[in-house]
Write a protein that binds this ligand. Structure first.
Ligand SMILES: Cc1cc2nc3c(=O)[nH]c(=O)nc-3n(C[C@H](O)[C@H](O)[C@H](O)COP(=O)(O)OP(=O)(O)OC[C@H]3O[C@@H](n4cnc5c(N)ncnc54)[C@H](O)[C@@H]3O)c2cc1C
Length: 244
Protein backbone atom coordinates (compact mmCIF):
# COMPACT_ATOMS: atom_id res chain seq x y z
CA UNK A 1 0.00 0.00 0.00
CA UNK A 2 1.32 3.44 -0.86
CA UNK A 3 0.75 5.98 1.86
CA UNK A 4 -0.09 9.67 1.47
CA UNK A 5 1.22 10.63 4.89
CA UNK A 6 3.47 9.08 7.53
CA UNK A 7 2.50 10.06 11.05
CA UNK A 8 5.29 9.53 13.58
CA UNK A 9 3.69 8.89 16.98
CA UNK A 10 0.37 7.25 17.82
CA UNK A 11 -0.55 9.30 20.92
CA UNK A 12 -3.68 11.48 20.87
CA UNK A 13 -2.04 13.93 18.43
CA UNK A 14 -0.96 11.29 15.91
CA UNK A 15 -4.03 9.08 16.17
CA UNK A 16 -6.41 12.01 15.80
CA UNK A 17 -4.69 13.43 12.72
CA UNK A 18 -4.57 9.91 11.21
CA UNK A 19 -8.25 9.36 11.99
CA UNK A 20 -9.20 12.66 10.38
CA UNK A 21 -7.06 11.94 7.30
CA UNK A 22 -8.41 8.40 6.92
CA UNK A 23 -11.98 9.63 7.34
CA UNK A 24 -11.34 12.16 4.56
CA UNK A 25 -10.13 9.39 2.23
CA UNK A 26 -6.34 9.70 2.61
CA UNK A 27 -4.05 6.75 3.37
CA UNK A 28 -2.07 7.58 6.50
CA UNK A 29 0.53 5.32 8.06
CA UNK A 30 1.02 5.68 11.83
CA UNK A 31 4.28 4.51 13.40
CA UNK A 32 4.78 4.20 17.13
CA UNK A 33 7.67 2.69 19.08
CA UNK A 34 5.33 1.45 21.80
CA UNK A 35 2.92 -1.45 21.67
CA UNK A 36 -0.58 -0.31 22.67
CA UNK A 37 -2.14 -0.17 25.18
CA UNK A 38 0.94 1.59 26.48
CA UNK A 39 1.67 3.49 29.66
CA UNK A 40 1.65 7.28 29.32
CA UNK A 41 2.25 9.12 32.54
CA UNK A 42 -0.39 11.80 32.86
CA UNK A 43 -2.73 13.28 35.44
CA UNK A 44 -5.48 12.21 33.05
CA UNK A 45 -7.57 15.37 33.11
CA UNK A 46 -9.29 16.10 29.83
CA UNK A 47 -11.40 19.20 29.41
CA UNK A 48 -14.80 19.17 27.66
CA UNK A 49 -13.22 21.34 24.93
CA UNK A 50 -10.45 18.77 24.35
CA UNK A 51 -13.00 15.94 24.17
CA UNK A 52 -15.10 17.95 21.73
CA UNK A 53 -11.98 18.57 19.66
CA UNK A 54 -11.33 14.85 19.26
CA UNK A 55 -15.08 14.27 18.81
CA UNK A 56 -15.59 12.08 21.87
CA UNK A 57 -18.96 12.17 23.59
CA UNK A 58 -18.23 11.46 27.28
CA UNK A 59 -21.61 9.70 27.55
CA UNK A 60 -20.62 7.22 24.85
CA UNK A 61 -16.92 6.74 25.61
CA UNK A 62 -16.63 3.07 26.65
CA UNK A 63 -13.75 3.27 29.17
CA UNK A 64 -12.96 5.04 32.45
CA UNK A 65 -14.35 8.56 32.34
CA UNK A 66 -15.11 10.48 35.48
CA UNK A 67 -16.70 13.94 35.47
CA UNK A 68 -15.05 16.45 37.80
CA UNK A 69 -17.41 19.14 39.09
CA UNK A 70 -14.98 20.27 41.80
CA UNK A 71 -11.25 20.58 42.39
CA UNK A 72 -9.24 21.15 45.55
CA UNK A 73 -6.07 23.20 45.20
CA UNK A 74 -3.54 23.08 48.05
CA UNK A 75 -0.65 25.54 48.32
CA UNK A 76 1.61 26.24 51.29
CA UNK A 77 -0.77 24.68 53.82
CA UNK A 78 -3.91 26.39 52.50
CA UNK A 79 -6.58 24.45 50.60
CA UNK A 80 -9.22 25.94 48.35
CA UNK A 81 -12.10 24.10 46.71
CA UNK A 82 -13.79 25.30 43.53
CA UNK A 83 -17.12 23.85 42.39
CA UNK A 84 -18.80 24.13 39.02
CA UNK A 85 -22.39 23.58 37.95
CA UNK A 86 -21.28 21.20 35.19
CA UNK A 87 -18.13 19.09 34.61
CA UNK A 88 -15.10 21.34 34.22
CA UNK A 89 -12.95 18.37 33.31
CA UNK A 90 -13.02 14.58 33.04
CA UNK A 91 -10.66 11.99 34.44
CA UNK A 92 -9.50 9.32 32.01
CA UNK A 93 -6.74 6.72 32.03
CA UNK A 94 -4.28 7.38 29.25
CA UNK A 95 -3.52 3.75 28.49
CA UNK A 96 -7.24 3.28 27.68
CA UNK A 97 -7.82 6.68 26.08
CA UNK A 98 -4.81 6.60 23.74
CA UNK A 99 -5.49 2.99 22.73
CA UNK A 100 -9.13 3.82 21.99
CA UNK A 101 -8.12 6.76 19.76
CA UNK A 102 -5.53 4.67 17.92
CA UNK A 103 -8.00 1.82 17.32
CA UNK A 104 -10.49 4.38 16.04
CA UNK A 105 -7.91 5.60 13.52
CA UNK A 106 -7.20 2.01 12.41
CA UNK A 107 -10.94 1.30 12.08
CA UNK A 108 -11.24 4.38 9.83
CA UNK A 109 -8.55 2.94 7.53
CA UNK A 110 -5.23 4.20 8.91
CA UNK A 111 -2.38 1.70 8.63
CA UNK A 112 -1.19 1.53 12.26
CA UNK A 113 2.15 -0.12 13.00
CA UNK A 114 3.28 -0.28 16.60
CA UNK A 115 6.52 -1.52 18.15
CA UNK A 116 8.38 0.29 15.38
CA UNK A 117 10.86 2.97 16.41
CA UNK A 118 11.69 5.84 14.07
CA UNK A 119 15.41 6.49 14.14
CA UNK A 120 15.74 9.15 11.45
CA UNK A 121 13.76 11.45 9.18
CA UNK A 122 14.95 13.16 6.01
CA UNK A 123 12.72 15.63 4.20
CA UNK A 124 13.29 16.65 0.56
CA UNK A 125 11.04 18.77 -1.72
CA UNK A 126 9.43 15.59 -3.17
CA UNK A 127 9.23 13.16 -0.30
CA UNK A 128 9.84 12.41 3.33
CA UNK A 129 12.00 9.39 4.12
CA UNK A 130 11.47 7.82 7.51
CA UNK A 131 14.06 5.40 8.83
CA UNK A 132 12.86 2.83 11.36
CA UNK A 133 14.56 0.02 13.22
CA UNK A 134 12.98 -2.30 10.61
CA UNK A 135 13.69 -0.49 7.35
CA UNK A 136 12.82 2.70 5.51
CA UNK A 137 9.47 4.14 4.48
CA UNK A 138 8.58 7.02 2.20
CA UNK A 139 5.57 9.27 1.63
CA UNK A 140 4.97 12.76 0.21
CA UNK A 141 4.31 14.13 3.71
CA UNK A 142 5.48 13.33 7.22
CA UNK A 143 3.72 14.55 10.37
CA UNK A 144 5.59 14.74 13.66
CA UNK A 145 3.44 13.61 16.60
CA UNK A 146 6.15 11.93 18.65
CA UNK A 147 5.65 14.04 21.75
CA UNK A 148 8.70 15.06 23.72
CA UNK A 149 11.83 14.62 21.56
CA UNK A 150 9.79 13.83 18.45
CA UNK A 151 12.21 12.58 15.75
CA UNK A 152 10.50 14.74 13.12
CA UNK A 153 10.95 17.88 15.22
CA UNK A 154 14.53 16.75 15.85
CA UNK A 155 15.20 16.35 12.11
CA UNK A 156 13.82 19.81 11.47
CA UNK A 157 15.92 21.30 14.29
CA UNK A 158 12.89 22.22 16.38
CA UNK A 159 14.08 20.80 19.72
CA UNK A 160 15.86 23.26 21.91
CA UNK A 161 18.94 21.97 23.74
CA UNK A 162 17.80 24.10 26.68
CA UNK A 163 14.55 22.15 27.23
CA UNK A 164 13.98 21.50 30.89
CA UNK A 165 13.75 17.92 32.15
CA UNK A 166 10.50 16.97 33.87
CA UNK A 167 10.39 14.03 36.25
CA UNK A 168 7.03 12.32 36.51
CA UNK A 169 5.69 9.37 38.39
CA UNK A 170 2.30 7.73 38.49
CA UNK A 171 0.90 5.08 40.75
CA UNK A 172 -2.38 3.26 40.82
CA UNK A 173 -3.80 1.55 43.87
CA UNK A 174 -6.84 -0.67 44.05
CA UNK A 175 -9.18 0.20 46.91
CA UNK A 176 -10.92 -2.32 49.09
CA UNK A 177 -14.70 -2.01 48.51
CA UNK A 178 -15.32 -0.45 51.97
CA UNK A 179 -12.64 2.20 51.35
CA UNK A 180 -14.21 2.96 47.97
CA UNK A 181 -17.55 3.56 49.70
CA UNK A 182 -15.94 5.78 52.37
CA UNK A 183 -14.13 7.84 49.73
CA UNK A 184 -17.09 8.12 47.34
CA UNK A 185 -17.81 11.78 48.35
CA UNK A 186 -14.36 12.71 46.97
CA UNK A 187 -14.97 10.96 43.65
CA UNK A 188 -15.91 14.15 41.77
CA UNK A 189 -13.04 16.29 43.08
CA UNK A 190 -9.38 15.61 42.31
CA UNK A 191 -6.78 17.33 44.46
CA UNK A 192 -3.86 19.37 43.24
CA UNK A 193 -0.86 20.03 45.49
CA UNK A 194 1.43 22.74 44.17
CA UNK A 195 5.04 23.03 45.26
CA UNK A 196 5.95 26.34 47.00
CA UNK A 197 8.43 27.10 44.17
CA UNK A 198 5.67 26.39 41.61
CA UNK A 199 7.94 23.90 39.83
CA UNK A 200 5.97 20.79 40.63
CA UNK A 201 2.65 19.34 41.62
CA UNK A 202 1.03 16.16 42.77
CA UNK A 203 -2.46 15.05 41.95
CA UNK A 204 -4.15 12.23 43.83
CA UNK A 205 -7.52 11.26 42.48
CA UNK A 206 -10.04 8.62 43.32
CA UNK A 207 -11.27 7.08 40.18
CA UNK A 208 -14.04 4.69 39.27
CA UNK A 209 -12.32 2.49 36.78
CA UNK A 210 -13.69 0.06 34.27
CA UNK A 211 -16.19 -2.22 36.04
CA UNK A 212 -14.09 -5.32 35.44
CA UNK A 213 -11.15 -3.82 37.31
CA UNK A 214 -12.83 -2.34 40.38
CA UNK A 215 -11.96 1.06 41.81
CA UNK A 216 -8.33 2.18 41.86
CA UNK A 217 -6.87 5.48 42.96
CA UNK A 218 -4.38 7.01 40.63
CA UNK A 219 -1.95 9.84 41.21
CA UNK A 220 0.89 11.58 39.44
CA UNK A 221 3.73 13.83 40.59
CA UNK A 222 5.93 15.98 38.43
CA UNK A 223 9.02 18.06 37.85
CA UNK A 224 12.43 17.94 39.30
CA UNK A 225 12.23 19.43 42.78
CA UNK A 226 8.63 18.28 43.21
CA UNK A 227 9.37 15.48 45.62
CA UNK A 228 7.90 17.21 48.64
CA UNK A 229 4.61 17.50 46.77
CA UNK A 230 5.04 13.87 45.85
CA UNK A 231 5.21 13.08 49.56
CA UNK A 232 1.97 14.94 50.12
CA UNK A 233 0.34 12.83 47.44
CA UNK A 234 1.32 9.63 49.18
CA UNK A 235 -0.36 10.44 52.46
CA UNK A 236 -3.60 10.65 50.53
CA UNK A 237 -3.23 7.02 49.53
CA UNK A 238 -5.53 4.90 51.66
CA UNK A 239 -3.94 2.76 54.37
CA UNK A 240 -3.66 -0.87 53.36
CA UNK A 241 -3.75 0.00 49.68
CA UNK A 242 -1.70 -2.03 47.27
CA UNK A 243 0.14 -0.75 44.20
CA UNK A 244 -0.97 -2.42 40.94
C1 LIG B 1 3.39 14.41 34.02
C2 LIG B 1 2.44 14.87 32.96
C3 LIG B 1 1.09 15.08 33.25
C4 LIG B 1 0.20 15.53 32.29
N1 LIG B 1 -1.13 15.70 32.61
C5 LIG B 1 -2.00 16.12 31.66
C6 LIG B 1 -3.39 16.26 31.93
O1 LIG B 1 -3.85 16.01 33.05
N2 LIG B 1 -4.21 16.68 30.94
C7 LIG B 1 -3.74 16.95 29.68
O2 LIG B 1 -4.54 17.33 28.81
N3 LIG B 1 -2.42 16.81 29.37
C8 LIG B 1 -1.55 16.40 30.32
N4 LIG B 1 -0.22 16.24 30.01
C9 LIG B 1 0.22 16.55 28.63
C10 LIG B 1 -0.15 15.41 27.68
O3 LIG B 1 0.37 14.18 28.16
C11 LIG B 1 0.43 15.71 26.29
O4 LIG B 1 -0.01 16.98 25.89
C12 LIG B 1 -0.04 14.67 25.28
O5 LIG B 1 0.36 13.37 25.64
C13 LIG B 1 0.52 15.03 23.92
O6 LIG B 1 0.03 14.08 23.02
P1 LIG B 1 0.87 13.69 21.75
O7 LIG B 1 0.05 12.74 20.96
O8 LIG B 1 1.37 14.93 21.09
O9 LIG B 1 2.19 12.96 22.34
P2 LIG B 1 2.34 11.66 23.23
O10 LIG B 1 1.08 11.32 23.92
O11 LIG B 1 3.57 11.85 24.01
O12 LIG B 1 2.58 10.51 22.16
C14 LIG B 1 3.76 10.47 21.43
C15 LIG B 1 3.91 9.06 20.90
O13 LIG B 1 5.04 9.05 20.04
C16 LIG B 1 5.74 7.84 20.21
N5 LIG B 1 7.13 8.06 19.85
C17 LIG B 1 8.00 8.91 20.42
N6 LIG B 1 9.21 8.82 19.82
C18 LIG B 1 9.06 7.88 18.84
C19 LIG B 1 9.96 7.34 17.88
N7 LIG B 1 11.24 7.73 17.79
N8 LIG B 1 9.49 6.39 17.04
C20 LIG B 1 8.19 5.99 17.11
N9 LIG B 1 7.31 6.46 18.01
C21 LIG B 1 7.75 7.40 18.85
C22 LIG B 1 5.58 7.52 21.68
O14 LIG B 1 5.71 6.12 21.92
C23 LIG B 1 4.17 8.03 21.98
O15 LIG B 1 3.19 7.00 21.92
C24 LIG B 1 0.68 15.78 30.98
C25 LIG B 1 2.03 15.57 30.67
C26 LIG B 1 2.91 15.11 31.65
C27 LIG B 1 4.36 14.87 31.30
Amino acid sequence: MKHDVIVVGGGPGGSTVAWRLATAGARPLVLDAAVFPRVKICAGWVTPAALADVEIDPEKYPHTIQPFTACRLAFEGACHQTRWARPASYGILRREFDHYLLERAAAAGADVRTGLRVTGVAVSPDAARVVTDRGELEAPVVIGAGGHRCPVAGALGRISAREEVVVAQESETRLAPERAVALAPFMDAPELYVEPDLRGYACPRICRSHPSRGTPTSCGARRRGAWRAHGSAWWAMPPGSRAI
